[in-house]
Design a protein around this ligand. Sequence first.
Ligand SMILES: *[C@@H]1O[C@H](CO)[C@@H](O)[C@H](O)[C@H]1NC(C)=O
Ligand SMILES: *[C@@H]1O[C@H](CO)[C@@H](O)[C@H](O)[C@H]1NC(C)=O
Length: 196
Amino acid sequence: MEKLFILFTLCSIVLVAPPLVHGYGPRGVTDGPKALKHWYKRLPQMKQKVTHLHFYLHDIVGGPNPTNIPIAMANFTAQSPTYFGLIAAMDDLLTAGPSPNSEIVGRAQGLFGSTSLEEIGYHMTFNFVFTSEKYNGSTISLIGHNPFFNEHRELPIVGGSGSFRLARGSALLNTVSYDSASGDAVVEYNVVVLHY
Ligand SMILES: *[C@@H]1O[C@H](CO)[C@@H](O)[C@H](O)[C@H]1NC(C)=O
Ligand SMILES: *[C@@H]1O[C@H](CO)[C@@H](O)[C@H](O)[C@H]1NC(C)=O
C-alpha cells in the first residue's frame, strides 16, 4: 500500500512538473519564440511574487568619462533656470553599495529630458539592465517624473524582460551625494517589483 502511494506520488510529480523545453526558464532572455509562447500559456497558473532590490546609481556628468551626456537643447534652454528642453542620454553604473568600487549589479540606460519650468524636474524613460549573476540579462523599464532636488522621488516600473517579464512596481530614489560643481551624483534605489 505504501509502495503504491509512493508510486502514485512520483507519477503526480511527473504530471505536474513543467515540460522540459530546450532553453525554457522564466529567467532566460535567450528563450526562443516557442518558449515565450509556452510561458504565456502557463501565465494563468503562475503566481505573482514580490521582489525587493536595493542598489546605488552613479551618475557621472563631469570629467573625461561621463555616463550622462546632453544630446540636444532648444535656444530657450540656455536662459532657463531649470534647463527646460534639455534632452540627455545616460548609461549609469549600478552597484550593490554606495561606493562605485562595490559589486556591479547592472546599468541604468535611457533618456531623460528637463520638462519642468518651475524646478529641476526630469521626465525619465530608462531601463535597469542587470548583469549580476541572478538577473543577468533581465531588464526593468521605468517611466516617471523625477524632481531631482526632492529628498524622495518615486518612479513607476512599467514593465520588464527575462525574470521581470510583465513587471510592475515602484522605485524609490534618494540622493546620497551630489557634487554641484561637477553635477555628479550617487542615488540610492529601493525597488519593489511584482513579477512572475
Ligand atoms: C537659435 O539661436 C541661433 C544662434 O544664436 C539663431 O541663429 C537661431 O535663429 C535661433 N533659433 C530660434 C528658433 O530662435
Ligand atoms: C551574463 O551573461 C553574459 C552573456 O550571456 C555572460 O557573458 C556573462 O558572463 C554573464 N555574467 C554573469 C555574472 O553570469
